[in-house]
Design a protein around this ligand. Structure first.
Ligand code: ATP
Length: 306
C-alpha cells in the first residue's frame, strides 16, 4: 500500500500544480487520461462547430464548497470576435478558460458553443474544436517536428512546416543541428521562452480550431520578440473566436470587449476607451501600467547614460 501511495500522491500534486497554473491543458489531458472526474453525458454526440459562437449564461462555480470562485458570469463572444479577461490575481480569469475546456462542470448556468451546451457533447469533440495557447508550453523529449505535429498528430510534414512558417519559427528551425529532426525538450535542445510560444502557435495553426483560448505569458520577453510574437498571435486569432487572459493591457486595446473581473464577478465591461472614461478599476490598472512603464524607461535611460 505504501509503495502504491507514494507515486500516486506525487502524481496528484503534479496534476494539481499543472491544473492550477494552466500550463498546458491539452497535453495534460493526454497524460492523465485515466484521471477523469468529468464524463460524457449518455448518448453525447460530437460538437460540430460551424461559426464558433461562445456564450456563458449565469455561470456560477466553486472548486470547494465554501467559496464561490465565479458568480453569475454572463457574456458572449460572437463568431470571430475577441474578448479579453483582465483583473487582479485570483479574480477567476483562468477558471473561465478551464470551464470552457470543460475541465470542471459548473454548478448553475450554462456554457454554450454554437447553440450546444458543452455538457451534452463529447469531451473529445469539444477539445478538438478549441485550441489552447498556454502561458508555458510543455515540450516533449522528441523532435521539433513531433512537437509541432502534436497539434494534429495525423498532419503531414508539409503541413507542419507550413504551420512553423506561419508561426515564424521555420527559419530558426533550419539553423538547428538536425533541422526538423532535432531533439528538443529537457533532454535535447532547450528552446527559449519566445521559441516555445512559437511552437504553441504552430501547434494551434495545425489544429486550426474555430475557438482559441490564449493565456498571455507573464514572463517578460524583450520588446522586439514580443512584438513579433504579437504579430503571429494576431494572425493566428484573425477570424477565430478568441478569449484572452491578458496580463498586459497593451494587448487588449483593440479587442471587441474587455471583461474586468474582481472576486469572481464581472465588475466592468466594454471597449478600452469606454472603460478608460469610467475611471474605475480598469482605468486605474491602465494608469499603473503606464506609470511602471515610464519608471522602467527612466531606469534604462539611466543605465545607458552611466
Ligand atoms: P492569476 O492572474 O493569478 O492567474 P486568475 O484570475 O486566473 O489569477 P484563477 O486561477 O481563476 O484566478 O483563480 C480564482 C480563484 O480560485 C483563486 O482564489 C484561486 O485560489 C482559486 N483556485 C484556482 N484553482 C483552484 C483549485 N484547483 N482548487 C481550489 N481553488 C482554486
Amino acid at each position: 500500500i505504501v509503495q502504491l501511495y507514494v507515486p500516486l500522491n506525487w502524481f496528484g500534486t503534479y496534476y494539481r500544480s499543472i491544473q492550477k497554473n494552466f500550463i498546458d491543458m491539452e497535453n495534460m489531458f493526454d497524460l492523465l487520461k485515466e484521471d477523469q472526474d468529468i464524463i460524457d453525458a449518455p448518448g453525447a454526440g460530437p460538437l460540430v462547430v460551424k461559426k464558433g459562437a461562445v456564450e456563458f449564461n449565469n455561470v456560477t462555480f466553486n472548486y470547494v464548497p465554501e467559496r464561490l470562485v465565479l458568480k453569475n458570469i454572463t457574456f458572449s463572444v460572437p463568431p470571430g470576435k475577441t474578448v479579453a479577461l483582465v483583473g487582479p490575481s485570483g479574480s477567476g480569469k483562468s477558471t473561465i478558460i478551464r470551464l470552457l475546456f470543460r475541465f470542471y462542470d459548473i454548478e448553475t448556468g450554462s456554457i454554450i458553443i454554437d447553440g450546444h451546451n458543452i455538457k451534452t457533447v463529447t469531451q473529445e469533440s469539444l477539445r478538438r474544436a478549441v485550441g489552447v495557447v498556454p502561458q508555458d508550453t510543455v515540450l516533449f523529449n522528441n523532435t521539433i517536428m513531433y512537437n509541432i505535429k502534436y497539434g494534429r498528430l495525423t498532419a503531414t510534414d508539409a503541413d507542419a512546416i507550413d504551420a512553423a512558417k506561419g508561426a515564424d519559427i521555420h527559419d530558426r528551425i533550419l539553423t538547428f543541428p538536425n533541422q526538423y529532426d532535432t531533439q528538443v525538450g529537457e533532454r535535447g535542445l532547450r528552446l527559449s521562452g519566445g521559441e516555445k510560444q512559437r511552437v504553441a502557435i504552430a501547434r494551434t495553426l495545425l489544429k486550426a480550431p474555430a475557438i482559441i483560448l490564449l493565456d498571455e505569458a507573464t514572463s517578460a520577453l524583450d520588446t522586439q520578440t514580443e512584438r513579433n510574437i504579437q504579430d503571429s498571435l494576431n494572425k493566428m486569432c484573425a477570424n477565430r473566436t478568441t478569449i484572452i487572459v491578458a496580463h498586459r493591457l497593451s494587448t487588449v486595446i483593440h479587442v471587441d470587449e474587455i471583461l474586468v473581473l474582481k472576486d469572481g464577478e464581472i465588475v466592468e465591461r466594454g471597449k478600452h476607451e469606454n472603460l478608460i472614461g469610467q475611471e474605475g478599476i480598469y482605468a486605474n490598472m491602465w494608469k499603473q501600467q503606464l506609470d511602471s512603464k515610464e519608471t522602467s524607461a527612466e531606469n534604462s535611460l539611466e543605465h545607458s547614460t552611466t
